[in-house]
Design a binder for this molecule. Structure first.
Ligand code: PEP
Length: 255
């Protein structure tokens, strides 16, 4: 049986508060008929609280795109897990490749953030994925394996049940290039095997593994039909209510 499909939208650094509220409202209206798919929207920090008001008692969940691991203190410009939680968010994206690439995030900082998120009742969406050079050098599984071992160091099986992994090949993010369903399935299958090794078969079986990298309505069905692809982390196509809700409706029909 297919696991529940989870579709998350990463708005990145897009949308002022009024634009964000408008988009959230359109998504809310267009997904009112959805009963099976879990929907998560991740606006920028500034729009979290206003968007939470808009999604109200709909089934849409709210997530942040990042957070810092310390509770509070002299960390100018940073936002703690508790602050994120206080906006109404219950998810947080951690270790997105853009954060690793432009803001120096490492497996170690990802690990600290995951722990702080869990301590504050936030469910982490942990991103892993290889660069084009790494894929061409045929070290994809090694790279992803290292990211996973580093990210989940000291994380218990019970905590693992609150975590989503997003496999996002860096070469497919924002490029219009998508991994083929077979390429994505191969890595998803290996991630599940590794989680079974690190934890157990039950934890691995329940784990939600999203695919991310230029997911759009045209390729959503073939990706989401794969056995080990349990959802999508969507960038570009989540900025328009039409395309985001189309992906959600495709997911809904597959369950
Ligand atoms: C992302 O930001 O996580 C992403 C997958 O972006 P896009 O869908 O635009 O490739």
């Amino acid at each position: 049986m297919k696991r529940q499909i989870v579709i998350a939208g990463n708005w990145k650094m897009h949308k002022t508060n009024s634009e964000a509220m408008q988009l959230a409202n359109q998504i809310r209206i267009k997904t009112m008929d959805i009963t099976k798919t879990r929907i998560i929207i991740c606006p920028p920090f500034t729009a979290l609280a206003p968007v939470f008001e808009i999604i109200g008692d709909s089934k849409i969940h709210l997530g942040a795109q990042n957070m810092f691991w310390e509770k509070e203190g002299a960390y100018t410009g940073e936002i703690s897990a508790g602050m994120v939680k206080s906006t109404g968010a219950d998810y947080v994206i951690i270790g997105h490749s853009e954060r690793r690439q432009y803001f120096g995030e490492t497996d170690e900082t990802v690990n600290k953030k995951i722990k702080a998120a869990l301590e504050n009742g936030l469910k982490p969406i942990v991103c892993v994925g290889e660069t084009l050079d790494e894929r061409e050098a045929q070290i994809t599984l090694k790279v992803v394996g290292k990211q996973i071992r580093g990210a989940f160091d000291g994380i218990s099986a019970e905590q693992m049940s609150k975590i989503i992994i997003a496999y996002e090949p860096v070469w497919a993010i924002g490029t219009g290039k998508t991994a083929t369903p077979e390429q994505a399935q191969e890595v998803h299958g290996e991630i599940r095997k590794l989680i079974a090794e690190l934890y157990d078969a039950q934890v691995a079986e329940k784990l939600i593994i999203q695919y991310g990298g230029s997911v759009k309505p045209a390729n959503a069905e073939s990706l989401l039909s794969q056995q080990d692809i349990d959802g999508a982390l969507v960038g570009g196509a989540c900025l328009k209510a039409d395309s985001f809700s189309e992906i959600i409706h495709i997911a809904e029909k597959l369950q």
